[in-house]
Design a protein around this ligand. Structure first.
Ligand SMILES: Cc1cc2nc3c(=O)[nH]c(=O)nc-3n(C[C@H](O)[C@H](O)[C@H](O)COP(=O)(O)OP(=O)(O)OC[C@H]3O[C@@H](n4cnc5c(N)ncnc54)[C@H](O)[C@@H]3O)c2cc1C
Length: 260
C-alpha cells in the first residue's frame, strides 16, 4: 500500500493528543528535563506514579551532555554509583572515590530509562507560571517554547498536579515566578525567599544539595541546582552525583507523601 501523508499526520496528532490529555491531571509534574528532573521522573514512574516532565528545549538532558567545559565525560562520586548501575550506565573507577561515565551514554540512557519506566516527557514546552489554590501550588501554566521565543500574543494552558518539582537548574524558574506573583508568600528557606547559589566548593555543595532537596512551599519542591540555589549552598562544578541523588531523593519523598 502506498504511504498516505494524511494518515501519518493523523497518527501523530491523535497519539500526541492522547498522551497530553492523559497528563492534564498528574500526581507529579516536573519542570526541566535535566539530570535531576530525569532521575526524579524515572524513579517516580518506576514506583507507578503518574508523572510527566516538561522541558523547554528540543533536547532533554540539561547540562549533562557537555560533561565539564565540553569534555563529554562525567564524574560521579561513590555515593551515586548505585544509581548509575541501576540505570545501566557503564562507568569506570578513577582514583578510588570517583567514577567516570561517557556523558552521551549517561544522558541517553537516563532519558530512555525514564520513558521506559512510564514517565511522559514533553519537550518544546516552557513552564511560565504555576497554579495556586489556598496557599498551595496545584499545577503548571505551560506554553509552546516557540510561542515564547517568537513573542507571540498567545494564551497558555494548564496542567494540574498534586506535586510540582522545580528542576530548572541554576535559573530556579518556577520558584522565581511563584515568589514574584504570590507575595507575601514565604519559602522554607533562611531568608523566606531564594537564598542564592554560592561560589565553588564541591564537597560541601554536593552534600548540601541533597540535604536541601525538599518541599519549599506546599506542593512546590526543589531538586538539583535549583535546590542548591534556593536554599543557598555552594556550586560544585562538573560532578553529577549530587544531581542524581537529589532527583532520587525528591522522588522518594514525594512517593512517601503520596503513599501516606
Ligand atoms: C553557567 C553554568 C554553570 C554551571 N555550574 C555548575 C556548578 O557549579 N555545579 C554543577 O554541579 N553544575 C554546574 N553546571 C552544569 C549543570 O547545570 C549541572 O551540573 C546539571 O546539569 C544541573 O542539573 P539540574 O538537573 O539541576 O539542571 P539542568 O541539567 O541544568 O536542567 C535544567 C533543565 O530545565 C530546563 N528548563 C529551564 N527552565 C525551564 C522552564 N521554564 N520550563 C521548562 N523547562 C525549563 C532547561 O532547558 C534544562 O534542560 C553549570 C552549567 C551552566 C550552564
Amino acid at each position: 500500500m502506498p504511504l498516505d501523508e494524511i494518515k501519518i499526520t493523523r497518527a501523530i496528532i491523535e497519539r500526541y493528543t492522547a498522551k497530553l490529555l492523559d497528563c492534564l491531571d498528574l500526581e507529579v509534574a516536573i519542570v526541566g528535563g535535566g539530570v535531576s528532573g530525569l532521575v526524579a521522573g524515572w524513579r517516580l514512574a518506576q514506583k507507578g506514579r503518574k508523572v510527566a516532565i516538561f522541558e523547554r528545549k528540543l533536547s532533554i538532558g540539561g547540562g549533562m551532555w557537555g560533561g565539564g567545559m565540553m569534555f563529554n565525560e562525567i564524574v560521579v562520586q561513590s555515593d551515586a554509583k548505585p544509581i548509575l548501575d541501576e540505570l545501566g550506565i557503564a562507568s569506570r573507577p578513577y582514583d578510588g572515590e570517583y567514577h567516570t561515565a561517557d556523558a552521551i551514554e549517561a544522558t541517553t540512557t537516563l532519558a530512555s530509562q525514564a520513558v521506559k519506566a512510564g514517565a511522559k516527557i514533553f519537550n518544546l514546552i516552557t513552564v511560565e507560571d504555576v497554579m495556586v489554590r489556598e496557599n498551595r501550588v496545584t499545577g503548571l501554566v505551560i506554553i509552546w517554547t516557540a510561542v515564547e521565543m517568537a513573542g507571540l500574543h498567545v494564551d497558555p494552558m494548564t496542567i494540574r498536579a498534586q506535586h510540582v518539582i522545580d528542576c530548572t537548574g541554576h535559573d530556579v524558574e518556577v520558584v522565581k515566578v511563584f515568589l514574584r506573583k504570590n507575595q507575601p508568600a514565604s519559602l522554607k528557606t533562611a531568608t523566606g525567599g531564594i537564598d542564592g547559589e554560592r561560589s565553588m566548593w564541591a564537597d560541601v555543595g554536593e552534600r548540601q544539595t541533597v540535604e536541601y532537596t525538599s518541599e519549599v512551599y506546599p506542593g512546590l519542591w526543589v531538586a538539583g541546582m535549583t535546590a542548591t540555589a534556593t536554599l543557598g549552598t555552594f556550586r560544585m562544578g562538573p560532578v553529577f552525583g549530587g544531581m542524581m541523588l537529589s532527583g532520587d531523593k525528591v522522588a522518594q519523598m514525594i512517593n512517601d507523601r503520596l503513599a501516606g
